[in-house]
Design a protein around this ligand. Sequence first.
Ligand code: SF4
Ligand code: SF4
Length: 72
Amino acid sequence: MAKSNANTELCKGCRLCIQVCPKQAIIPLEDLNKAGYKIIAINTAACIGCGMCYRMCPDYVFSIEQETKSYG
Ligand code: SF4
Ligand code: SF4
């Protein structure tokens, strides 16, 4: 399954992504990035790779990546 990946150094702390995620997989953090904005984290276990965060984020924080499966 595809998963969202976040480059939080680009985040501006608007929190728009949190409102659009259908799985509540985006967690607001109190941690700041180097630019001084509050960042987010992705709960990868909950993420379904729908891409809503990717489409909503004005600052290109997200990328959707295919998860590589490893067996054994
Ligand atoms: S929408 Fe983008 S800039 Fe806004 S909080 Fe989410 S990741 Fe950060
Ligand atoms: S890809 Fe979809 S499920 Fe995953 S964090 Fe973004 S909005 Fe949430």
